[in-house]
Design a protein around this ligand. Structure first.
Ligand code: FEO
Ligand code: CA
Ligand code: CA
Ligand code: CA
Length: 594
């Protein structure tokens, strides 16, 4: 008989071409259905406004509907047989031109509110029926958490001057979460949402840029460089007036999805960065380790290990017993050495040169400016670390390094062993094995699993584990299913897709890899202009949920015409393209990917 690993190695699904088709392409023996597009009611009883295709839903409506740009996601089973569960997902950012009937000419306070409400997290209930998966409407679990939802700040930075603002003298209460990208799940059944590109929402008058600190520059919170004009209508986003407000974003936020009245908590012990992924695993002695990326060129990979052991279980008792577990522990940052070995370097005030002499007064400052503390200890600057996944059987840790066009550019870091391509236009996946198989270890062995890109182009240095693997670029999302198959989601730049060195790679896609055999096969290709992200396979491995983010993001040069009408229409675009969740199942009900 075959072991689960060997069965997984078969990857026995039909071929999926690298296509530029404006729709979902899956193997012929699979079906893909759309669930919960932007604007769909979340399912809050008595408050389920329908989506208006002309984007005329109000800011208040948007607090009761799916946000924009679905990203990280997890399925929490509500029943033992897995037929009913909660889908919890991030809404990363907004496309203001699609969000408002008349775009942002002009910006208004109402548009700022709608935009804030279109980010954050959705908790929806889903159930599998004879006709397939459907959203339960209404559901007592349904919840929208968004850019104005009250939440708590915990850990070393809570209550310190760094976090105090005019609206919150306590430094312990913050309004909202946004820029929610990748995610994590704790062993006790809570959801971790990661605040990534928060800097783009803070701004101010250009002249104020002359006064920015080195710390603000490092985190990109510079007046005049904002992506949106929130600061003109909501003063807390004006860095020149409320510089501390930006310290309250860039965190891992813990949410109890089973209790819609619970208060989300920002866990500052895990460090502030452009937070991408918070992947949990247990150490040998039963503590929790959290692996984290920081998605910017030349930023770092982090690990947090809790001081205390996890109380076992995922029921309400266990969740209560673990409610402060992420507040006490040690934060580390990774160094990848040329000999294939690596070290976890602690970011602890008073140790390793992180002290008054290097500009750190206390641990609060270390976590608020974790990137600068990581500079002090000599961590390795990576090619945009995004998602991290832990193999369910071996404990090996895989991270996507999505790309870094600046590697080797004048004045920028050169190639190194862990980041060997300069420039790195296609990204790859690096992996490591913690010494003694223990996630608490301070040393590890690492190697590259794949260097992505088109192997037919000799100059770009693509390396695949097997000669007939399917090619892709810019891996971003990563998910291990319970059988040990690795699901890779790509985020190639919309401008590059289908052109030049990207011509053979098709639209952004989901691939399935078997780490044991090194086989990588394309499984799903998304519509035009999208990225594919937020993949999760149910515990029974018979359903795969995956998010299609920002279809139509790439517009035809000059004309501004949309290049996608997915999922509601066909090209030429007659409808607003919408991010949505896609449900994928084998038509025969079998295990996905095999
Ligand atoms: Fe939101 Fe780094 O992707
Ligand atoms: Ca991402
Ligand atoms: Ca993206
Ligand atoms: Ca990305």
């Amino acid at each position: 008989t075959l072991s689960p690993d060997r069965r997984g190695a078969l990857l026995g699904f039909g071929p999926v071409p690298a296509t530029l088709f404006d729709g979902i392409t899956v193997p012929p023996e699979y079906a893909a259905d759309v669930l919960y597009p932007w604007g769909a009611p979340t399912g809050i009883a008595g408050a389920m406004p329908a989506f208006s295709p002309d984007a005329s839903n109000s800011a208040a409506d948007q607090t009761l509907q799916a946000g924009m740009h679905h990203d990280g996601m997890h399925f929490f089973a509500l029943r033992q047989d897995g037929r009913r569960g909660l889908l919890v997902m991030n809404h990363e950012y907004t496309d203001e031109r699609l969000l408002h009937t008349d775009g942002v000419a002009p910006w208004t306070a109402e548009k700022v509110r709608k935009s804030l409400h279109a980010m954050g997290v959705s908790v929806i209930e889903v159930e599998r029926t004879a006709q397939g998966w459907r959203q339960v409407l209404p559901s007592r679990h349904a919840r929208r958490i968004h850019g104005a939802t009250p939440m708590r700040i915990a850990g070393p930075a809570a209550g310190t001057p760094w976090m105090q603002t005019a609206a919150d003298a306590s430094g312990r209460r913050v309004f909202g979460t946004f820029a929610n990208c990748a995610m994590g799940v704790t062993p006790w059944g809570t959801y971790l949402t990661c605040e990534e590109n928060f800097h783009g929402y803070f701004g101010g008058p250009k002249e104020a840029a002359a006064d920015v600190t080195p710390e603000q520059r490092r985190y990109g919170t510079v007046p005049g460089t904002q992506w949106v004009e929130y600061w003109r209508f909501d003063e807390r986003f004006d860095l020149s007036k409320h510089p501390n407000e930006a310290h309250r974003f860039g965190w891992v936020v813990e949410i109890d999805p089973f209790d819609p009245t619970s208060t989300p908590v920002k866990r500052t012990a895990l460090g502030r960065k452009r937070q991408e992924s918070a992947t949990c695993t247990l150490t040998r002695d039963g503590r929790v380790a959290v692996y984290m990326g920081d998605d910017a060129a030349f930023e770092y990979i982090y690990k947090f290990v809790s001081r205390d052991r996890v109380h076992k279980g995922q029921d309400a008792t266990a969740r209560a017993a673990n409610r402060t577990l992420l507040d006490e522990g040690t934060l580390y940052v990774a160094r990848y050495d040329a000999d294939g070995r690596g070290r976890w370097l602690e970011l602890v005030h008073g140790r390793g040169g992180v002290d008054e002499a290097s500009g750190f007064a206390d641990q609060a400052q270390v976590v608020v400016h974790a990137r600068l503390a990581a500079d002090v200890v000599g961590a390795t600057k990576m090619d945009r670390p995004e998602w991290i996944a832990v193999h369910p059987h071996t404990g090996e840790v895989y991270v996507t390094l999505t790309n870094n066009a600046l590697r080797g550019a004048p004045g920028k870091p050169a190639a190194d062993a862990a980041n060997p391509r300069a420039p790195n236009l296609f990204g790859g996946i690096l992996r490591w094995r913690e010494d003694d198989g223990d996630a608490a270890s301070l040393s590890f062995a690492w190697d590259h699993f794949v260097q992505a890109g088109d192997p037919a182009l000799p100059d770009i240095g693509a390396r695949y584990p097997q000669p007939d693997d399917d090619a892709f670029g810019s891996p971003d999302g990563l998910h291990f299913d319970s059988g040990g198959l690795l699901w890779i989601q790509t985020d190639m730049s919309g401008q590059a897709i289908g052109t030049g060195t990207h011509a053979a790679l098709g639209n952004n896609q989901l691939l399935c890899a078997d780490p044991a055999s090194g086989r990588i096969r394309r499984f799903l290709v998304g519509p035009n202009g999208c990225e594919i992200t937020g993949c999760v396979v149910t515990p029974d491995r018979r359903t795969l949920f995956v998010n299609v983010q920002h279809p139509g993001e790439r517009r035809d040069n000059g004309t501004g015409a949309l290049n996608s009408a997915w999922p509601d229409g066909t090209l030429p675009a007659s409808t607003r393209p919408r991010s949505a969740t896609v449900v994928v199942q084998r038509r025969d009900g079998g295990i996905v990917g095999t």
